[in-house]
Design a protein around this ligand. Sequence first.
Ligand code: NAD
Length: 507
Amino acid sequence: MATPIQSQTDQRAIGHFVGGQPVPGAEGTRTAAIYNPALGVQTGEVALASADEVNAAVETAAQAQIAWGATPPLRRARVMFRFKALIEANHDRLAECITREHGKTFSDAKGEVVRGLEVVEFACGIPHLIKGEYSPSVGTGVDSYSMQQPVGVCAGITPFNFPVMVPLWMAPVALACGNSFILKPSEKDPSAGMLLAELLQEAGLPDGVFQVVNGDKEAVDALLTHPQVGAISFVGSTPIARYIYETGAHHGKRVQALGGAKNHAVVMPDADMEQTVDALMGAAYGSAGERCMAISAAVPVGEETADRLVAGLKQRLESLTVGDGLADPEPEMGPLVTAEHRDKVAGYLDIGTAEGAELVVDGRQASLPGEGFFIGGSLFDRVRPGMRIHSEEIFGPVLSVVRAADFEAALGIVNAHPFGNGTAIFTRDGDAARSFGDRVQAGMVGVNVPIPVPMAFHSFGGWKESRFGVLHAHGPDAVRFYTQMKTITQRWPKGVREGSAFVMPTM
Ligand code: NAD
């Protein structure tokens, strides 16, 4: 990669981005440490907003939204076009921000930026997306039309694992629809959100329309309970997603809350095993397994399929390279986000062994560089439903093989799991693929595609405990989420006064 923009260990104090500019935390503010996980060293600290600071940002957002909401959609779209160009011009800077605080490899971080950029491109089409519906002559001399108006102040609470992409799932569509938006990024990697705020400002977004408040539960609770916040978008773990959904709804807000996952890949006996092993390596161990769409359970059908799959994965894992995501040559996998998370993932290796699963590859034994929060890729075989390593989300580079006797048993394992984010089937059999697509209980399904993330012009969301609320993220659902429908029925009498009517009008 190019020369780093910052030294790897520069110390940074990160505040908030309010009213069109970066501001420090209030005096006496609480802070959280930020780390470079590849080096295992602290690289700064982020201010944690108090409820008063959040309330002030909401006031600013509510004021700013009035003029922004009245700005013609075409002009709002032009800001998005400039934002798109600025993201492209700052592609490496954004990716470097991600790698320095999250740890994923630089090229993976660059891919993340592109997936976020695609939502900005979608939002550039907002005049077309909200042009509404019109029915002339719903009755004699009566016309009816619907328009999608902004909700007002919207807030987004985002996880550590996609510090650019997930904020960009939300903010571009919310802003293009005429809302103001407050982002509360993960306190583990807040720099990328601050950079997005700078770029939106440079793109010509008026002050206060997009703001960043950094913080933890105190800031989130202030957003969830503030009467002027109309909509909350959340992406993160399931227990917090449930809390956000219940608390936000209790306070009268529309809420979309995307939660955790345990994504299964069913491997049929006729699958191309070499391609399947390659696909599962990337899907299970890419980004150190810290993806909500990571494949964390493989379900081979039949003992022979399982034996071939485990042998292939074991062989590939032996040469999996782990290291600093900014290193040259680039490794295949970076560190985990914090030392605590690395230790939690390592703990699951003991839990699984105690539960009776077979630890085929132990990532703790891998050759790992330096002092960073590294762990190698691990593989469990003979995992059974009911074991904690199967029922819980590990969110690390651990793949569990759950053997199934036949297709129906494999489908049953996937459908019985409480999570239903993504899933995939590997097969050459169209009948099996079609049946799987029809009957599987998950929101996003891949056929020989391990990570079936929908494109920006479709919507992204899971089923069951992987999502709370009705609408999915980005795409057409996001336009519905960030607007409220108003339907006007109008009648222009021809000058003939008909007098009052006392019975229900029928058309
Ligand atoms: P997390 O739930 O710990 O945190 C997410 C956000 O919630 C952060 O901004 C955090 O500050 C805030 N938060 C944490 N605890 C809170 C509390 N008690 N009260 C209020 N707010 C709180 O999630 P994470 O560890 O940052 O991210 C990883 C999780 O996100 C995984 O479970 C992963 O599957 C999930 N995820 C899901 C999707 C999806 O689309 N379904 C996408 C990405 C990540």
